[in-house]
Design a protein around this ligand. Structure first.
Ligand code: SMG
Ligand code: MG
Length: 377
């Protein structure tokens, strides 16, 4: 369903951008690297009535995708912010169209759109969940577990998350750390809901190894091949019984349509940052729902800003699999919002306050800020 009731436009007076360095509770290792500090950009839309917050989910290095923090900072301050400020009065539904002439940089676009959306909804007293069409007041919470020192350490880690109540486990894999790690988790915990994420670390030449994962009855394998390998993913899907899920490849609703037409995926991970915003994420949700394709909400180690928005998105009816919508303390000892998301009975609550429904902790924000800039009309 498209937005039932669009938000009223806001009058933009400026944008404030900050690069934050937020320490992680423990290093997070994927097939492409390890991070110990989350470098992220938060955006504040400055409006006459209170403003709104967004988050640009790039990482410091272009390893997950081609976007990275300094690139996003440059394009947001040099092109996107000024293009929106030139319009003066902007409705959230217009942001993507205004920014469309600029190619790519979807994470940066998503961050600006979210700031405008939060400002507009706060001004109207409307929660983001209600605006997007949420049908749940809490969402089941899965957790993404990084590659550990060895399979025994992985089992210990996963056990901790299961004890906390997480309802689905995702483990990161890479060549050499796939079948053994998955077997260790299955052996230790039996028939728990389990899936794996390769972050594009394999090629079609690895099909025999990937087919060995079939015996573990996984919910899915996420992004085994490169971002632009749609045809190879379709070929791989014919060789596996494990459902293939795409993450990095799904950069837009068009990419999702193409992937489904090719048979490259039977499940889709929706991340608003990766696809250019929560409205494009909604469009992907809608087209997958029409096609009978299950979706789930991915994560980019968001702070409390993006995490609140992800919980609202994950509450839409087509999100039939638990997402990477974990509690704040999965990654952070200290968040930048006053009421960080907590795990309650394996679920995270969908905020009900206006806009994102979370308030910024100004002291934490200041403490984590390593760069700040403001542009005005
Ligand atoms: O936010 O819970 C989270 C992180 C989930 O594993 C996660 N994200 O490919 O799905 C993914 C990764 C992208 C971030 S890797 C640093
Ligand atoms: Mg992924």
């Amino acid at each position: 369903m498209p937005i039932a009731s669009p938000a009223a436009p806001v009058t933009l007076e400026g944008f404030e951008f900050r690069v934050l360095h937020v320490p992680l509770v423990a290093p997070f290792t994927t097939s492409f690297g390890t991070e110990s500090v989350r470098e992220v950009i938060v955006v504040r839309a400055l409006t006459s009535d209170g403003g709104g917050w967004g988050e640009i989910v790039t990482q410091a290095d272009p390893l997950y995708s081609s976007e990275y923090t300094q690139g996003a900072w440059d394009v947001a301050l040099r092109f996107f912010g000024p293009a929106l400020l030139d319009r003066g009065s902007v409705a959230p539904e217009e942001v993507a169209t205004i920014l469309e002439p600029f190619k790519g940089h979807r994470m940066a676009k998503a961050g600006l759109e979210l700031a405008v959306l939060d400002a507009a909804l706060r001004a109207q007293g409307r929660p983001l969940g209600e605006y997007l069409g949420a049908v749940r007041d809490r969402v089941p919470s899965g957790v993404s577990v990084g590659i550990q020192r060895d399979p025994a350490a992985l089992v210990e880690n996963v056990g901790g998350y299961l004890d906390e109540g997480y309802v689905r486990i995702k483990i990161k894999i890479k060549p050499g750390r796939d079948v053994g790690d998955t077997a260790a988790v299955r052996d230790a915990f039996g028939a728990i809901p389990l899936q794996v994420d390769a972050n594009s670390a394999y090629t079609l030449a690895d099909v025999d190894t990937l087919a060995e994962l079939d015996r573990f009855d996984l919910l899915l394998i996420e992004q085994p091949l490169q971002e632009d390998d749609l045809v190879d993913h379709a070929t791989l899907a014919t060789r596996l019984t494990t459902p293939v899920c795409l993450d990095e490849s799904i950069t837009s609703a068009k990419a999702a349509t193409d992937a489904l037409a090719l048979g490259a995926a039977s499940v889709i991970n929706i991340k608003a940052g990766r696809v250019g915003g929560y409205l494009e994420a909604l469009a992907i949700h809608d087209l997958c729902r029409d096609a009978g394709i299950p979706v789930w909400c991915g994560g980019m180690l968001e702070t409390g800003i993006g995490r609140a928005a992800n919980a609202a998105l994950a509450a839409l009816p087509g999100f039939t699999l638990p997402g990477d919508v974990s509690a704040s303390d999965r990654f952070y000892l200290r968040d930048i919002v006053t009421e960080p998301a907590v795990l309650e009975d394996g679920h995270v609550r969908v905020p009900t306050g206006p806009g994102l429904g979370v308030d910024i902790d100004p002291v934490a924000l200041e403490d984590f800020t390593v760069a700040r800039d403001v542009i005005r009309r």
